[in-house]
Structure formats: structure tokens, C-alpha cells
Design a protein around this ligand. Structure first.
Ligand code: FAD
Ligand code: SF4
Length: 472
């Protein structure tokens, strides 16, 4: 008998994602979005049109086989869907949670033309979480003996982890050197638990270890060993994925007062060192009753939402442009607002005010209006004369961006750099100005996204394989 013809689900909106109630979640660090049930995942998967030339795949920097994995979910073959994603993406539970899908795969989805695109990210997360709930996954070591060569990866963020995993799958012996005591990069020290639980990152890192990747923590390359010493130790090639962890400051008066944090320090203390579980963990963090977070990206949203959860009565986002120009993901802005964060848009801080004991007591700001577009393509904010005003706050968190840490550059002769300290590479291969040294992710581009870092790690792995094959 012929198979009945498939009828796609033509509902225009995504199946909603269950989430913790805002009033409950501002009192805990548990995950906000709760994930699809199998029934919800199948219903959403039925929205995919299985396009013959799927534009969603072209929008994905690691080319996940999107219609194929969605079809498997629709058929109830959840584990198979997970394996299909793994063919090109080693960190699906992470990407499913934090990738800016709205600017990548989902931006190109055909369903987005007349309604909401297919919820590709939510489905990716569902498949990965389902596999984990079954005690899966299948990650047999693929290393041949002897290995094809030895590669060192510096930094264990998404760029380094992806490069390491792909090289291990190709048959290389790979060691990842990480400066912190825990691998994962921004995934563990930056993005808070309520968006990306640490157990999810740990789970995906454990899967990489099953591929044979060795991870050495507390290894600051450039201090303990230099890049050139890694070569002397027998590594045939090196990938640098050290990210962009150096915070930028505003250079306004009062930045040295007590109660001013860089978002990096604030989030690292909370996420990696578990300050929110003091005294169980012995890293306290002092938070004022009122907090101003300066910036409009994901980092600013994360810092503001953490401050609320730590008990601040009032949290402001202070951003000098309008909401339209905010670089944060729409979902994060929406969640922050639902939780009660107040947005002070078109507002620029000019001075942090202190009390007699050197603690923050306020933030002096000016109101801005938007002028002509600047070099970034966004309309340039211009101060309105006479609009000075003051926000009464006890804590100021600065989240206006980061640049690459100069340690590797300062200790690796011959590495060409950009003006902002990024490593210069050939975009297609990640090859730096030094033979055998490759780089990718935020250490090249400056602060960007998880999936772009992963894409760079993948391209570099391929190029390292070609480079070493040519030398064999
Ligand atoms: C708070 C926050 C929220 C974010 N939210 C999102 C989001 O929602 N979605 C998204 O796509 N992106 C988000 N990003 C950006 C994203 O996390 C980064 O673009 C991405 O992690 C970059 O990956 P990477 O591997 O290049 O570097 P990183 O993740 O920074 O990893 C670099 C690693 O290298 C290590 N390292 C540095 N120097 C050395 C050294 N000398 N020796 C050894 N190890 C070293 C570091 O300790 C770190 O572990 C966010 C960033 C932050 C800070
Ligand atoms: S573009 Fe959208 S509808 Fe088409 S295959 Fe991709 S996810 Fe499915």
C-alpha cells in the first residue's frame, strides 16, 4: 500500500517553549527555558517543509544537516536525529541553547517568510537532551595507532574544542591546554547557569574526551610553556583558540571606585567560582541594592539578570543607542524585561560618583539622540546638551566589550596582529603568519559568537590535516 502523503504543520508560529515563571526564576539560577517534550518536538518538526535546496543549512557556519535531523525527529527517531547533528556539530546541546539562530539558520528558513521560522535551535537542543537522557551517546575513539601526528590546542572554548574534536576524529593525538581550572571557555565562565547549565557543557566535553582528546587545565600558555616550547615538546601543529577575555573600560572618572566591576570579573566569580552559592563556595560577591549595567549585548543582559538573582532590588541596563541597535539576542532582551530589568536607552554614562569611603553611590549620565550611521553601520549616538542626570546605584558593571589577551602575542615571535590585538589569519584556513600555527574564534575576530568560533575551529582542523599530510 502506498505511504500516505505527508501533511506539514502549517501553523505560522513556533511551538512555544515552556519556561520558568519570571517571578520564580529571578530567585534561582536554574535554567529558564525548559525544553520541548517529545510531543512538542514532533509537532514543531512537522513545520519543516523539507526544502530541496535548504537555505537553513547555508545559514549554518558548521553546516548541520538540518532538514535530515528534523525529519528524523518527526519520525520519532530521536537518537538518530542526534547522530545526524553530530556528523557536523560536536556541541549540539550548547548550540541549541545559545546560538543566535535568528541570525543564522532560522534567518534563512523558508517558513520565516510567512510567519515564524522552524525552531531549529530548540529541536537541536531537544535531540541532544534526549540522547543524554538515554545515557547515550555513541562517541567511540577513532584514533588509529600510531596517531597521524600530535596537535596542541590552546584554549578550551568552542573554537578549541571543535578543532580538537575534528582532529581527534581524523586520527590525531590532541592535547588541549586550558588556563582555567575548568574547560569550556566563555561557555563556563561567561554564560550563566540559567541559560546554559554547566552540566550540559561538561556532558559535551566528556563526549570529546571519549574521542581521545586530552585536556590539561591550569596551563597558561605563554607563562608555563610558550607556543615555541610546545613545538619543542613534539607537537607538529598548534591551534590557538584563546578567545577575547580582556575587558574594555569606559575611561570615565570614578571607574576605580569600590563597587565597579568588569562584566567578565562579575560573571566569572558567579559562574565559574559559584559566588551565588556562597558560603557553600567560598567566593563571595558584594552586590548593591541598585545596579547599573553598561552595554547592550548578551554579556550585559547576562550580568543584569545575574544581579537580579543575587538580590538587587533595581537593575538598569544603560545603553547609549536605541533598542533596535542592541546587539543582544532578542530572546535575551525579552527575558531580561520579563524579569524586571529596566532599560535606560539612549543614555550614556559620563562619570561614576563615589561616597567619602570610596564606594559607588551614583552614575551620572547624559541623554543621547541618534545621528548619521558611523563606521559600524549603526546610527551614531550624540549627546543632548543640558540632559545630564543621575542614577542612584551602588554597583556599576561594565559590559562594553572585550579584546584578545596579549599574552600569546607577546610570547610568540612573528605572530602578526591586527590593531585591536586579534591574530591575523587566512580566513579559509586559520593559518597565521607562522607556519604550523593556526588560530580561530574570538582570538582572531574579537568577541563574536559560539557558532562562528566553532566554524573557525572546524576550518582550521581541516587545514591542519592538509598541512600535516603535505609534510608526511
Ligand atoms: C557573558 C557572555 C555571554 C555570551 N552569550 C553568547 C550567546 O548567547 N550566544 C553566542 O553565540 N555567543 C555568546 N557569547 C560569545 C561567545 O561565548 C564567544 O564568542 C565564544 O565563546 C568564543 O569562543 P572561543 O573558543 O574563541 O573563546 P573562549 O570561549 O573565550 O575560550 C577561550 C579559552 O582560552 C583560554 N585561554 C586564554 N588564554 C589562554 C592561554 N594563554 N593559555 C591557555 N588557555 C588560554 C580561556 O581561559 C578560555 O577558556 C557570549 C559571551 C559572553 C562573555
Ligand atoms: S529552510 Fe526551514 S522549512 Fe526549509 S528545510 Fe530548512 S528548516 Fe525546513
Amino acid at each position: 500500500m502506498a505511504e500516505p502523503r505527508r501533511k506539514p504543520n502549517l501553523v505560522k508560529t513556533k511551538v512555544p517553549m515552556p519556561a520558568q515563571d519570571p517571578q520564580v526564576r529571578i530567585k534561582n539560577f536554574d535554567e529558564v527555558a525548559l525544553g520541548y517534550t517529545p510531543e512538542q518536538a514532533v509537532e514543531e518538526a512537522r513545520r519543516c517543509l523539507r526544502c530541496k535546496e535548504p537555505r537553513c543549512v547555508q545559514g549554518c557556519p558548521v553546516n548541520v544537516k538540518i532538514p535530515e535531523f528534523i525529519m528524523l525527529i518527526e519520525e520519532g527517531k530521536f537518537l538518530e536525529a542526534y547522530y545526524k547533528i553530530l556528523e557536523t556539530n560536536n556541541l549540539p546541546a550548547i548550540c541549541g541553547r545559545v546560538c543566535p539562530q535568528e541570525n543564522q539558520c532560522e534567518k534563512h528558513c523558508l517558513r520565516g517568510e510567512k510567519g515564524e521560522p522552524v525552531a531549529i535551535g530548540r529541536l537541536e537542543r531537544f535531540a541532544a537532551d534526549y540522547a543524554a537522557s538515554c545515557g547515550e551517546p555513541r562517541h567511540e575513539p577513532t584514533n588509529p595507532a600510531p596517531p597521524k601526528g600530535k596537535v596542541a590546542v590552546v584554549g578550551s572554548g568552542p573554537a578549541g574544542l571543535t578543532c580538537a574534536a575534528d582532529l581527534a576524529k581524523m586520527g590525531y593525538q590532541v592535547t588541549v591546554f586550558e588556563a582555567f581550572h575548568t574547560p569550556g571557555g566563555v561557555l563556563v565562565y561567561g554564560i550563566p547557569e540559567f541559560r546554559l547549565p554547566k552540566r550540559v557543557v561538561q556532558r559535551e566535553i566528556d563526549n570529546l574526551k571519549k574521542l581521545g582528546v586530552e585536556i590539561q587545565t591550569n596551563m597558561v600558555i605563554g607563562k608555563i610553556l610558550s607556543v615555541d616550547e610546545l613545538f619543542s615538546e613534539g607537537y607538529d601543529a598548534i591551534f590557538i583558540g584563546t578567545g577575547a577575555g580582556l575587558p574594555q573600560f569606559l575611561r570615565i572618572p570614578g571607574e576605580n571606585l569600590n563597587g565597579v566591576f568588569s562584566a567578565n570579573e562579575f560573571l566569572t566569580r558567579i559562574n565559574l567560582m559559584r559566588a551565588y552559592r556562597f558560603p557553600e563556595y567560598d567566593t563571595p560577591i558584594k552586590i548593591g541594592r541598585r545596579v547599573a549595567v553598561i552595554g547592550g549585548g548578551n554579556v550585559a543582559m547576562d550580568a543584569a539578570r545575574c544581579a537580579l538573582r543575587l538580590g538587587a532590588a533595581k537593575v538598569y541596563i544603560v545603553y547609549r543607542r536605541s533598542e533596535e541597535e542592541m546587539p543582544a539576542r532578542r530572546e535575551e532582551i525579552h527575558h531580561a524585561r520579563e524579569e524586571g530589568v529596566e532599560f535606560k536607552l539612549l543614555t550614556n554614562p559620563v562619570r561614576i560618583l563615589g561616597d567619602d569611603n570610596g564606594w559607588v553611590k551614583g552614575l551620572e549620565c547624559v541623554t543621547m539622540e541618534l545621528g548619521e550611521p558611523d563606521a559600524s553601520g549603526r546610527r551614531r549616538p550624540v549627546p543632548k546638551p543640558g540632559s545630564e542626570h543621575c542614577l542612584e546605584v551602588e554597583t556599576v558593571i561594565i559590559a562594553i566589550g572585550t579584546t584578545p589577551n596579549p599574552l600569546i602575542a607577546n610570547t610568540t615571535p612573528g605572530l602578526e596582529l591586527t590593531k585591536f590585538g586579534g591574530i591575523v589569519v587566512d580566513e579559509a584556513t586559520g593559518q597565521t603568519s607562522r607556519p604550523g600555527i593556526f588560530a580561530g574564534g574570538d582570538s582572531v575576530t574579537g568577541a563574536a559568537t559560539v557558532i562562528l568560533a566553532m566554524g573557525a575551529g572546524k576550518r582550521a582542523a581541516k587545514a591542519i590535516d592538509a598541512y600535516l599530510a603535505a609534510r608526511r
